[in-house]
Design a protein around this ligand. Structure first.
Ligand code: NAD
Length: 252
């Protein structure tokens, strides 16, 4: 497939930005969809992409995103469901509105975007959807109930969509990273250092990487490479899978 058009949600920062850069570097036309207009627009200009401001917790914004991608580029071949955020609290006090928002952004929006791009991908007989789940789509940790529920659910969506997409050349996969050095994780490191009264280096070494075999944070570029591969023609036989990129964490 040449002249591909890709939508990357959460493309203004971290993993999404690295994926968008890698896809654009390979010649794809990239639609960056993000809440963060200032960073998203500036970045989209640097990769000659197209920026769409969206709040993915709103159903209408999900529809507008796909409509705008189709209006601007005429087609959509690739969807990277990546936007997300974290909130840490025990279930007993977990804010209910935050629960709703996290499920809306990290589970309902990927479903809606999949639904809305499906017709265009089916018409081409080719499509690639990569859902950015997490190691927390495979295993749980305390105090991250909404995040873990959304990321586990995203793997269920991935498997179902893979079964429905097979005969139309649409593959759907999830990727499950452990800690990647992005703004989302940098703020968790700082929070944990404050709460535990230890240094940021100790948080990374003793808390975050304790169960890992490879003792370093993952780079956004490493995650982007895996996603780019899953979007290639060479990966056409891979679908419905949840790919760990987790420093050996879940090997235990
Ligand atoms: P990040 O904070 O650097 O980027 C997330 C982006 O999503 C931001 O640009 C943000 O503006 C956007 N976003 C958030 N809510 C949105 C909304 N309602 N509508 C539109 N855009 C919205 O985070 P990141 O670390 O790059 O995370 C990207 C994805 O990777 C997330 O789904 C996250 O759960 C997942 N992930 C991250 C890690 C990690 O260690 N960083 C590990 C596993 C999975």
């Amino acid at each position: 497939m040449s002249e591909r058009v890709a939508i990357v949600t959460g493309g203004a920062s971290g993993i999404g930005k690295a994926v968008a850069e890698a896809l654009a570097g390979g010649g794809d036309k990239v639609v960056i969809a993000d809440l963060n207009e200032a960073d998203g627009k500036e970045f989209a200009d640097t990769i000659r992409g197209h920026f769409v401001k969206v709040d993915l917790s709103r159903r209408a914004n999900c529809k507008q995103l796909v409509d705008e991608a189709l209006t601007h580029y005429g087609e959509v071949h690739i969807l990277i469901n990546n936007a997300g955020f974290q909130h840490i609290d025990p279930i007993e006090v977990f804010p209910e509105d935050t629960w709703d928002k996290m499920l809306a952004v990290m589970l309902t929006a990927p479903f809606l975007l999949t639904k809305y791009v499906w017709g265009a991908m089916k018409a081409h007989g080719w499509g690639r959807i990569v859902n950015v789940s997490s190691i927390h789509g495979r295993v749980a940790s305390p105090f991250k109930s909404a995040y873990i529920t959304a990321k586990h659910g995203l793997i269920g969506l991935t498997r179902t969509a893979a079964l429905e997409g097979g005969e139309n050349g649409i593959t759907v996969n999830a990727i499950c990273p452990a800690y990647v050095r992005t703004p989302l994780v940098e703020s968790q490191i700082a929070d944990q250092a404050r709460t535990r009264g230890i240094s940021t280096e100790e948080v990374v070494e003793k808390v975050m990487l304790e169960p890992a075999a490879v003792k370093r944070l993952i780079t956004p570029e490493e995650v982007a490479s895996l996603i780019v591969y899953l979007c290639s023609d060479a990966a056409g036989a891979i679908t419905g899978a949840d790919w760990a990129i987790d420093l050996g964490w879940t090997a235990r």
